[in-house]
Design a protein around this ligand. Structure first.
Ligand SMILES: [Zn+2]
Length: 291
């Protein structure tokens, strides 16, 4: 895991807090130890008890075998080792949402889980070439896609420090709160099913990072063996790009690609291998790694 400069900035911002802020933080920490949090729900913006939510949906971690059955994984920061989290048993969590909003996102997750990992899913029965996935519920799947990136954007966990949505954070919040999936091009996503040496690559995650693609800001990351390019732009991308997004008719073009086709992912895979080798057999046998 490479911490970016933005995560350092977040660390420094702690030093600007007033004694009153720290008193509030201590109160919140005390509540958290009792298994609950008190604060403002990031989605409905109402005050109340908050649920400790998974920032990235738990099922994406669980079905890929990174967590579950007492399995552990290590999140290792190569740039900021003190922030590494070795031997974790659960995915990253944070007090973000009230019960009602957690349940709302839970409905999208239930749908996405059924489509992604249910019978006849292209994620499990990998096609050998590009594939047009049909019969999808545009509204639920689009809201799920948007909720994933938005949660990373509002999270204060340093693993997601690379996601800074700016003015789009409020726009996405408003759309998600209203359960409005918007137009297909708004926060549309281009997806690729990843393979390695022609075998499906499922248990692979990468940190989200912002890039420019075809003149638009875009976040790229690997999640559960699927590579996502999500556009975060106020302007409509070209018709060619729009053809690649999930559309209102419920179809979505999935590309098929080798992980090494993406140079930045290739670099991460090579780094993981080198780290495993350096760690020797004792840890690498028992822990999965994410970067
Ligand atoms: Zn809420």
């Amino acid at each position: 895991m490479k911490w970016t400069n933005s995560s350092l900035n977040r660390d420094r911002s702690q030093a600007t807090k007033t004694p009153n802020d720290f008193r509030k933080l201590r109160q919140q920490a005390s509540l958290k130890t009792q298994g609950r949090g008190w604060g403002t729900c990031r989605l409905c913006e109402e005050n109340g008890d908050l649920r400790e939510s998974h920032i990235t949906s738990k099922f994406l971690w669980k079905v890929t075998g990174i967590i579950g059955n007492k399995r552990k994984f290590s999140a290792t920061s190569t740039s900021h080792p003190h922030l590494s989290e070795p031997h974790r048993q659960d995915a990253f969590k944070e007090y973000l949402l009230c019960d009602r909003c957690e349940a709302q996102f839970g409905r999208y997750e239930a749908y996405a889980r059924k489509k992604f990992f249910g019978k006849n899913s292209p994620l499990l029965n990998r096609p050998n070439q590009h594939y047009i996935w049909t019969g999808l519920d545009y509204r639920r799947l689009k809201l799920f896609q948007m909720s994933l990136l938005w949660r990373m954007g509002v999270s204060s966990h340093p693993y997601y420090a690379g996601v800074k949505l700016g003015k789009h954070e409020a726009i996405m919040r408003s759309m998600l709160h209203a359960e409005d999936p918007g137009e297909p091009w708004q926060y549309g996503c281009i997806a690729t099913l990843l393979s390695h040496a022609r075998k499906p690559l499922v248990a692979f995650f990468s940190q989200a990072e912002r890039i420019q693609l075809w003149g638009h800001s875009c976040y790229r990351l690997a999640l559960a063996g699927m590579h996502w390019f999500t556009f975060v732009s106020s302007h409509k991308p070209s018709p060619t790009a729009c053809e690649l997004f999930l559309n209102r008719e419920g179809s979505w073009l999935l590309f098929h690609g080798e992980v090494f086709d993406f140079p930045y992912l290739r670099a991460q895979v090579m780094e993981l291998r080198a780290r495993d080798k350096a760690m020797g057999s004792q840890n690498s046998r028992e822990d999965n790694q994410i970067s």
